[in-house]
Design a protein around this ligand. Structure first.
Ligand code: GTP
Ligand code: SPV
Ligand code: MN
Length: 598
């Protein structure tokens, strides 16, 4: 290999971080097995019951390192204004100095792995290559399931190809003779998840968990890629991609953006409750999208695996996910049963008899109030194991998108589904998405927060400019070819705090209406907030739902919306002059419609 820039960067990092040895990952199964076995030997991983869950492993993280850390995540653009009001910013020189000091000899006593990886099918015009340098063997095995790694990527890179530099360390050097901990990491104030968009560079230090450490995912495929997408005229979005086929065999593809832990994986592989319909999965978390020469929007999944929320995943809620994780999978922070299988709250059956070890490694007290699995415990599995993986999921051209769906967790205000009147109105709807905070990030205040396009923690530049990028992509285009835009809310609650809508497989009823609307059919009424399903336009056959509850599900309450409008005004103030005036116009229009109908 003669990629001089790559070789010299690896040499530079080796000199900075001072590892015991350097290993270039070839991505082979043998390598995977070797690294896993070593971790089992060292007590960092538990090999699960081979008969029940072949070739699968459980990891338990440090209790301080269980999710993304938004207050330790930085967008280090040239100036603060570039990062915008929603990102943490430190000047690049200062941050590089601080982190270089941390990185100095931080891999002492450890192996430094070099992982070449491709986001997107290797060789696709929509794909991009990254190189992750890490001292975490856990990261290596996860990256092998989540992305395409190894020698074939180096071949594609050639001797002068472009790549995103991704440097990661758990930030826990080992002294001679020092026993390693089972989940090395640094204390919270030393964790840095840093992005240098101008250098297309990622520096992550101190955390080994999920999006903090698997740098292809949120750091590259969203934060850095969103900047590349802005510069190159495409979109990098926190969206699932699904294919949906009606009983006549007609197929469409949808993308959907919901904040973390709000139902993307579940929707992406749902089994419809309405006869004759079929859903297939292209991706469950990230979509890279570009307009084709035919004027349509095309999407690829840059990932190759799922890093899904375990709690709540069951044969009832998501059988396809359960089947995807039946073998060759990694589990992090779930509980362990006496016969060496995994268990979590909401897996669909009671914890089996015998000793249960909780996610902290302690024996679980069944009568106690402590959870056995961490609420952000996760599974990692290759997408190829999903029974409903779409036949086109690795199509290098992507799949054509007919609808964009936004959503979030809202106990009130937002009805089950409504449709935007135009692309511009749809961008407005995306920009005001709010959601109750979940366990996917550490240290957030409970309550509803605005999470525009589900990208609040993932947009690598000024979010005002990001809105403008969305608007710009829709301008001057044939509106008949643009995807229709929708908003959904599976999470509306009744006065007793119970979810009204059954969700999961029943969400297919909403997808059906969206399919019909995207097809120019499907009955709708014009409301203050957009098009809502006409009476009986949503297929509720076979569903037992009280008519009072149904009404509540679709209610557009003037007082709730007045409050909503005020809260959107506050939200918009953050962006100052970077807020596109079209969005303010949309807000004023919404306000007017409610005043008229007072
Ligand atoms: P990230 O991987 O963090 O981006 O999350 P995600 O958006 O893929 O969320 P996921 O599908 O893993 O769902 C998160 C949680 O929401 C799980 O506990 C699910 O059981 C729950 N959930 C998903 N869909 C529904 C639904 O339709 N109704 C209800 N009530 N809960 C749901
Ligand atoms: C999310 O938080 O949106 C995730 C999990 O998909 S992580 O990869 O940890 O970011
Ligand atoms: Mn996500």
């Amino acid at each position: 290999m003669v990629h001089k820039k790559l070789l010299s960067w690896v040499e530079e990092i080796k000199n900075l971080c001072g590892p015991e040895q350097v290993v270039w990952c070839d991505g082979s199964e043998a390598e995977y097995g070797r690294i896993m076995n070593k971790m089992v030997e060292d007590g960092m991983a538990v090999k699960l019951n081979q008969a029940k869950r072949p070739n699968s492993f459980l990891f338990r993280s440090d209790s301080s390192d269980v999710a993304r850390v938004e207050n330790r995540t930085f967008i280090s653009s040239k100036n603060k204004d570039e990062a915008g009001p929603t990102n943490n910013w430190i000047a690049p020189d200062e941050l590089k100095k601080t982190m270089s000091d941390l990185y100095r000899n931080c891999m002492r006593g450890r192996t430094m792995f070099v992982i070449p990886f491709s986001m997107g099918p290797i060789g696709s015009p929509l794909s991009k290559i990254g190189i992750e340098i890490t001292d975490s063997p856990y990261v290596v095995v996860n990256m092998r399931l989540m992305t395409r790694i190894g020698s074939k990527v180096l071949e594609a890179l050639g001797d002068a190809g472009e790549f995103v530099k991704c440097l990661h360390s758990v930030g826990a050097p080992l002294e001679k003779g020092q026993k390693d901990s089972t989940w090395p990491c640094a204390p919270i104030e030393k964790k840095y998840i840093s992005h240098f968009p101008d250098d297309r560079l990622i520096w992550s230090y101190g955390s080994g968990y999920g999006g903090n450490a698997l740098l292809g995912k949120k750091c590259f495929a969203l934060r850095i890629a969103s900047v590349q997408a802005r510069d190159e005229g495409w979109m990098a979005e926190h969206m699932l991609i699904l294919g949906i086929t009606n009983p006549e065999g007609k197929k469409k593809y949808f993308v959907a953006a919901f904040p973390s832990a709000c139902g993307k994986t579940n929707l992406a592989m749902l089994i419809p409750k309405i006869p004759g319909w079929k859903v297939e999965c292209v991706g469950d978390d990230i979509a890279w999208m570009k307009f084709g020469s035919d004027g349509r929007l095309y999407a690829v999944n840059p990932e190759a695996g799922f890093f899904g929320v375990a709690p709540g995943t069951s044969m009832g809620s998501n059988p396809n996910a359960m089947m995807s994780i039946s073998k060759n999978s990694i589990f992090t922070n779930t509980a362990l049963t006496e016969d060496n299988d995994v268990w979590w709250e909401g897996i669909g059956y009671d914890a089996p008899k015998g000793r249960i070890i909780d996610w902290t490694g302690a024996e679980w007290d069944r009568s106690g109030k402590k959870l056995a699995a961490h609420p952000n415990s996760r599974f990692t599995a290759s997408a190829s194991q999903c029974p409903v993986i779409d036949p086109e999921w690795e199509n290098p051209q992507g799949v054509p998108i007919s609808a964009i769906i936004f959503g979030g967790r809202r106990a009130g205000t937002v009805p089950l589904v409504y449709q935007a009147r135009s692309w511009r109105h749809g961008v407005f709807i995306g920009s005001i998405i709010g959601s109750e905070v979940t366990a996917a990030a550490i240290g957030l205040k409970a309550g509803v927060r605005r999470d525009p396009m589900a990208m609040l923690p993932f947009c690598g530049y000024n979010m005002g400019d990001y809105f403008e990028h969305w608007l710009e992509l829709g301008r001057k285009r044939d509106a008949s070819k643009l995807p229709s835009i929708f908003c959904v809310n599976w999470f509306r609650k009744d006065e007793n705090g119970k979810f009204i809508w059954p969700g999961f497989g029943d969400n297919s009823r909403v997808l059906k209406w969206i399919f019909e609307r995207a097809d120019g059919e499907g009955q709708a009424i014009d409301s203050e907030i957009g098009f809502i399903p006409a009476d009986r336009a949503i297929d509720l056959s076979g569903l037992n739902i009280d008519s009072k509850m149904l009404k509540l599900l679709f209610r557009i309450d003037v007082n709730e919306w007045r409050e909503e409008i005020e809260s959107i005004r506050e939200h918009y103030k953050r962006f100052g002059s970077r807020l596109p005036k079209e969005l303010l116009e949309e807000l004023n229009l919404l306000d007017k419609r409610f005043s008229r109908n007072k």
